[in-house]
Design a binder for this molecule. Structure first.
Ligand code: SF4
Length: 424
């Protein structure tokens, strides 16, 4: 390949960013870029997918970047064990390509093989059905080391159209119901039954994870959401010998008394309430349901209150990185977005709350479809910035790190670099 041709390719961009940040492992930079650009699976790559051995797409509460539900790998593993959680993307959006090379899946960019990848292995319980006859994989799904429970596939912020501008949960629920026969709301007892079956595969899973759409109803707003989580977590807890078990809930930002109830009555060990974007004006515009029911400043305060309940290093918030730059209402430059986002993240970090990011995938059934996400450079600078805040304020992120989650390039850095080490 000539230098002139190489300059035009994504490989060249990857090389340039890798050279600019020699302190960030190249596989993490590649992972962030695959999340940023998405993937396309060739027919040969799909032929390597064996539903008896591999996880196939299906049960997630959010949709894909090409808007299609089809037989494809759930996601990818890199040779260092890092998960790449990414989504099938139309070819005209310039995704990475997964193709077969010597009968093994590889990541390609514009015809150049970059890295061998693995499809996520299917757990043993995926071939079984629950006592009510539902395939167990439609009740509890998995990541390489985590059990996922998505118990409610709707979000009541959409009742009056105030769902988040990057969210396709409703479109995905309709597709999931029609094409996959996934229940919109799970029975807590049935969830417990499947967790019990999953845990028979010894040594496979390191944590239980629970998330759903927000439920505004109840004596106090969101009481019904809390009650539902408590019922599920109690059923899950029956399969552990200890009162607390490795677990994470991503829920709405609850009042302190609600959080205390959640903590006291279940085995839950960590709590995440995603603020989605760290700017009040953009939050009000892109997360109008959260703004209507809670508000930006109150959301932050509830995160800080949660540290009193769950303890330092057990509370964090997620942002959908890239939406802060989207459309006419976003920040006008990546420098400004980075500065403002990290300043807000630091305000939370000094009060014991970590911030993690996911790379925003603009999806078709959302109000922000058609917008672009940010540059690779931006995502690496953001990962370094958030990691450095955890170093500065001594905030462990194990509950949302590479092993339990695998969706945050910033927390991948905690795996490889000592938490109390030198700043990047
Ligand atoms: S809180 Fe926002 S992103 Fe989450 S499910 Fe509801 S509308 Fe979607």
């Amino acid at each position: 390949m000539t230098l002139a041709l190489k300059r035009k390719t994504g490989v060249a961009e990857l090389d340039e960013v890798s050279q600019r940040y020699p302190d960030v492992p190249r596989l993490i930079i590649l992972k962030a870029d695959v999340q940023r650009r998405g993937v396309h699976y060739t027919e040969a790559a799909i032929k390597l997918l064996d539903p008896a051995r591999h996880q196939v797409t299906g049960t997630h509460i959010f949709g894909t970047r090409d808007g299609v539900i089809a037989l494809r790998p759930e996601s990818l593993l890199l040779r260092d064990g890092s998960s790449i959680i990414t989504t099938p993307t139309p070819l005209d959006e310039n995704p990475y390509v997964v193709d077969a090379l010597d009968n093994v899946p590889w990541l390609f960019d514009r015809g150049m093989p970059l890295e061998e990848v693995e499809y996520w292995p299917a757990p043993e319980f995926y071939s079984k059905t629950s006592s009510s006859g539902v395939p167990m994989k439609n009740i509890v799904s998995t990541r390489p080391q985590r059990l996922n429970i998505f118990p409610y596939r709707y979000c009541t912020f959409w009742n009056n159209g105030n769902g988040c501008a990057f969210c396709d949960i409703v479109a995905q629920m309709k597709k999931g119901g029609k094409e996959l026969n996934i229940p919109a709301k799970l029975d807590p007892v049935e969830v417990g039954e499947v967790i019990g079956e999953a845990l028979k595969e010894q040594g496979r899973f390191s944590a239980v994870f629970l998330t759903s759409g927000s439920i505004v109803s109840g004596a106090r707003p969101f009481d019904d959401e809390i009650d539902y989580y408590i019922a599920i977590l109690k059923e899950v807890g029956k399969h552990f010998r200890t009162a607390k078990y490795p677990s994470q809930l991503i829920g709405t930002a609850f009042e302190k008394s609600q959080l205390q109830r959640l903590y006291d009555q279940t085995g839950l060990m960590s709590y995440t309430a995603n603020i989605e974007v760290l700017d009040e004006t953009i939050f009000n515009r892109y997360c109008p349901g959260k703004a209507e029911w809670i508000g930006y400043q109150e959301w932050k305060q509830r995160l800080v209150d949660a540290v009193d309940v769950f303890g330092p290093g057990r509370v964090n918030t997620g942002i959908v990185a890239g939406v802060e730059l989207a459309g006419p209402h976003g920040f006008s430059s990546e420098d400004e977005a980075l500065e403002r986002t990290l300043a807000e993240a630091e305000d939370l970090a000094r009060q014991g709350v970590s911030t993690v990011y996911i790379v925003w995938s603009p999806r078709p059934d959302t109000p922000l479809s058609g917008c672009k996400n940010a540059s690779l450079d931006y995502y690496i600078r953001l990962a370094r910035g958030l990691h450095n805040l955890r170093l500065k304020y001594r905030l462990p992120i194990d509950h949302d790190g590479y092993r339990h989650c695998g969706n945050h390039p910033d927390t991948d850095l905690s795996r490889l670099l000592p938490l109390w080490g030198e700043k990047l």
